[in-house]
Ligand binder design. Structure first.
Ligand code: AMP
Ligand code: MG
Length: 481
């Protein structure tokens, strides 16, 4: 497999051995039709040099990449909608490979001297010992939805897994929540760890403090190396901080993950596993993504509470080998960290510099108040688009298609709070994206329209056009994650 010289295999989770995963084989699919390859993400781990045929061999048939031991289904448990389930684990996916990102990719981040350990994880690659009654498959629509969610979140500066590959696999699937039979696919995602809170929960459930210790050192050394060996509360603090940051960025993006179970949150605070996600059209705290979330447990504004609840479950696992009081202190850092991160996330999305805590908080409060007062007419994404860069965008916003929304008391308060802040990298406004009348949103009707073209006419051009526009917005915003 002609990987680039920058490809550096480092299969560390595999080294943990059979207590943590099971060797599995990919399904033998009747077809492998390449539908999407993310060469920008692939270049970050030295895989962009694969030809399409090699790509399909690697990500449709799962011929092992150099230096990789072969796929394993990861073991984990988790709370699903607050119910403990000891029957989970990778039931339709596996960990296919681990490798270091390239020095060039690492240099784009703050700690650029540390190339991160990255996973290739699959969805829809076949049955495993953890499949229960499931078929181990992913619908093509589910794959397309994950591609779209990851691209939108990345553009909006949310720490997220990326969709690396989507290959249609030629099977007919039966699903209760899609018109069936429906088409099948296998997705490969590039992510910064698939070690979940539920990975720890399994070790605690099995009463294996030794496994908890092993996982702690695995996670500390590979993902939180600033934490000293043996400092378990320090690790809890690091995971709490990363989770608070992620949650704040979801909120600023208007994103509802939909299924915030403990098996869907990982130890690096990188968002992953996009199923029934939605983006808010307008301010609506009760907006729920999953049709099966009857109580609204994971509604938009309840996501901070959901993440905190999940963190308390992780802390209770760590308490098996550490001091509960110190872990509780670490957990209690979540609230303040979240508030801090929410300020930073709103400043980032509005393209302005910090002016100190009080002024920054005024801006968050005024933005939320304007969104709330504005009702359905004041769509979430356009507000951030119109006012990006603060006063530098005044003329554009006030002569644009939403000019008439920008008046009244809530708007005056917002404008006052915003204008206090200096634009951050004002030259970004020169990007042609800001000449458009409408920003890129990702509302359900558009997602369904993109899918319909594929379902009805096998027309992939709306998807590809959307991805190209999202890439343009990503380079226009230039958010740091
Ligand atoms: P999710 O809600 O996608 O995070 O999945 C929850 C659990 O159900 C995980 O253990 C999955 O591996 C498993 N699962 C979901 N769909 C399937 C399927 N079609 N076949 C087998 N396992 C599945
Ligand atoms: Mg999951």
């Amino acid at each position: 497999m002609p990987v680039s010289p920058a490809y550096r295999p480092d299969p560390r989770f595999f080294d943990l051995g059979p207590d943590y995963s099971d060797a599995v084989k990919a399904a033998d699919f009747p077809q492998t039709i390449l539908r999407f390859r993310n060469d920008r993400a692939a270049a970050e781990v030295g895989l962009e040099t694969l030809t399409d045929a090699e790509w399909i061999a690697a990500f449709g048939r799962f011929d092992p990449l150099p230096g990789q031991p072969g796929p394993v289904a990861m073991r984990y448990h988790g709370h699903q909608f607050r119910q403990y389930n000891s029957d989970l684990g990778d039931g339709r996916g596996f960990l296919a490979a681990q490798m270091r990102e390239t020095p060039q990719a690492a240099a784009l981040r703050e700690r650029g001297d540390r190339p991160r350990l990255m996973d290739l994880g699959t969805k829809g690659s076949g049955r495993t010992p953890w499949s229960r009654d499931g078929d181990g498959r992913l619908t093509l629509k589910g794959g397309v939805r994950e591609v779209l969610a990851a691209a939108m979140l990345e553009a909006q500066g949310v720490p997220t897994s990326r969709a690396l590959s989507l290959i249609e696999t030629g099977e007919a699937l039966e699903r209760g929540d899609e018109p069936s039979p429906t088409r099948s696919a296998v997705l490969v995602r590039l992510s910064h760890s698939h070690v979940r809170f539920g990975t720890f929960q399994r070790a605690a459930y099995l009463n294996r403090p030794d496994q908890i210790e092993t996982l702690i050192e695995h996670v500390r050394s590979l993902y939180h190396p600033d934490v000293a060996p043996g400092d378990v509360p320090g690790l809890m603090r690091a995971i709490t901080a990363a989770s608070a940051r992620l949650t704040a960025r979801w909120i600023a993006a208007g994103f509802v993950h939909g299924v915030l179970n403990t098996d869907n949150l990982n130890v690096t605070g990188e968002s992953f596993d996009y199923g029934p996600w939605r983006f808010l059209p307008y301010y609506d705290p009760a907006f729920t993504a999953a049709y099966f979330d009857h109580g609204g447990l994971y509604a938009f504004a309840r996501q901070p509470e959901a993440v905190f609840w999940n963190l308390t479950q992780l802390a209770s696992c760590l308490a098996v080998v550490s001091e509960p009081k110190l872990l509780a202190d670490a957990l209690n850092g979540f609230g303040p960290a979240y508030i801090r991160e929410l300020r930073a996330a709103f400043l980032m999305r509005l393209g302005v510099h910090s002016l100190g805590e009080a002024a920054d908080q005024r801006l968050v409060d005024a933005t939320l108040a304007l969104l709330r007062e504005g009702g359905e007419a004041m769509r979430w994404e356009p507000l951030f688009f119109d006012w990006f860069g603060g006063f530098a965008s005044s003329a554009r916003a006030l002569s644009g298609p939403r000019a008439k929304l920008y008046q009244g008391e809530a708007f005056d308060a917002f404008r006052f709070a915003l204008m206090e802040h200096e634009p951050d990298r004002i030259e970004r406004l020169e990007h042609p994206m800001f000449a458009a009348r409408e920003p890129e949103e990702m509302l359900i009707d558009e997602v369904e329209t993109i899918w319909s073209a594929i379902a009805a006419d096998d027309d992939w051009s709306p998807l590809n056009a959307k991805l190209a526009r999202l890439e343009a917005t990503r380079t226009a915003w230039r958010f740091d994650t």
